[in-house]
Write a protein that binds this ligand. Structure first.
Ligand SMILES: *Cc1c(COP(=O)(O)O)cnc(C)c1O
Length: 394
């Protein structure tokens, strides 16, 4: 019974996350099942993580095979899955070098260290990093300092210093914030946790030009937007730019915890002894991420995300004309938000849970949809029917 496990959580687990009252025990493709046998269409995909769907055979087999061969050694030695993963990501991106870790925040910590080293060695000790308001870069003391949302920071001061926050999608704000102390600009191509905020088409291109003119690193946090989510393998391709540094995590391992930061040769300022990790890029997680990356590329799931994203947004536009309290449908690829004219997300979620579809209340007045990239038109149609049913019951 769900309630039994919910009581165990209440008694034993740190009470830091408000969960939906659903105990998930199994997943397959775009569906999950709870402990009571109820089926849900999963439009959260493990939080923009299970990009090839839950428990895809390509991923399961890679994990099983590698688990029998070698799970962990140390970065004191060479291991093949790590190098295969490095090669496929470099071969398919504009970046030249990679460092593997375990999560989004850790990838960003690495990128921040890289930017500090870059400032120290190439820009006279510059150390400041410009980030955007409403951004999200992780939950460590340094990455909450990078994150442009006060509520993540207030209870944990003093934070790491050296971050300047500016309005997103506003080049002039970056220009004004730039000084001799600036080492890097660090942005999400589309802000995910901040509410699916999509910049104008030329914003990133103009930021890139500004950074190049001033010898500042142009860094993109693609933890959420990477690995096909926006309709291209990497989000930067959607905006016709090439970052000096890019971070990945979420979708990279398809459910296995792994992250990465990547950089161009000229930006790579870290050298021997500057960074390291016990587990980073270990054989098990690397083999899984290699299988996922290869599957996304071989099957062009990024293109499918683009097509399915359009299909889904069209159906959601239909809901918008049906329900006057929906004010906007916005998105890119399969990262989509439904905005309401009032703070009803929590109430809507109660109904959508009941109707059998998992969604995220990304803001009090907005829901986020981030399904698997290989979701089908049938599953999307069925999902939107369930959302419609839920909205009718409000
Ligand atoms: C989720 C997310 C992070 C943090 O990743 P974790 O793996 O939770 O540490 C950082 N940046 C962006 C853009 C994210 O969406």
């Amino acid at each position: 019974m769900s309630t039994d496990w919910i009581n165990v959580e209440k008694k034993y687990y740190a009470q830091t996350v408000r969960r939906q009252p659903i105990v998930i025990i199994r997943g397959k493709g775009s569906k999950v099942w709870d402990v009571d046998g109820k089926e849900y269409l999963d439009f959260t995909a493990g939080w923009a993580v299970c990009n090839i769907g839950h428990n895809h055979p390509a991923l399961v087999e890679a994990i099983q095979e590698q688990a029998q061969q070698l799970i962990q050694t140390s970065n004191a030695y060479y291991t093949i899955p790590q190098l295969k993963l490095a090669k496929i990501l470099i071969d398919n991106s504009s970046l030249d070098r990679i460092f593997l870790c375990h999560s989004g925040l850790e990838a960003n910590e690495g990128a921040i260290k890289l930017a500090r080293r870059y400032g120290l060695t190439k820009r006279d000790g510059a150390y400041e990093i410009i980030t955007a308001l409403n951004s999200f870069h992780g939950r460590s003391v340094t990455t909450i300092a990078a994150t442009g949302q006060a509520h993540y920071q207030e209870k944990f001061k003093p934070l790491t210093s050296g971050f300047v926050h500016v309005e997103f999608n506003d080049l002039s704000a970056i220009m004004e914030a730039t000084s001799h102390k600036t080492a890097a600009v660090f942005l999400e191509p589309v802000q995910g946790e901040g509410g699916v905020n999509i910049p104008s088409n030329d914003y990133l291109k103009n930021v890139q030009t500004w950074c190049r003119q001033h010898n500042i690193l142009f860094m993109l946090d693609e933890v959420q937007t990477g690995m096909g989510r926006l309709g291209s393998l990497f989000g930067y391709q959607e905006f016709d730019v090439q970052p000096d540094v890019m971070t990945l995590a979420k979708g990279l391992g398809g459910g296995v915890p792994i992250g990465a930061f990547m950089s161009t040769n000229s930006a790579m300022s870290l050298t021997y002894g500057d960074h390291g990790s016990t587990f980073g890029g270990n054989p098990l997680t690397s083999a899984a991420a290699y299988a996922v990356t290869k599957h996304i590329i071989d099957n062009d799931l990024a293109a499918n995300a683009r097509t399915m994203g359009k299909y889904l947004m069209n159906l959601l536009e239909g809901l918008k004309s049906q329900f006057s309290f929906i004010t906007e449908i916005r998105g890119r690829g399969l990262l989509i938000a439904i905005e309401f004219d009032d703070d009803i997300s929590a109430r809507v979620l109660e109904k959508t849970n009941h109707a059998g579809i998992l969604l995220n209340a990304v803001k009090p007045n907005a829901l986020r949809l981030m399904p698997a990239l290989n979701i089908t038109t049938e599953e999307i149609t069925q999902g939107v029917e369930r959302i419609e049913k839920a909205l009718t019951q409000l």
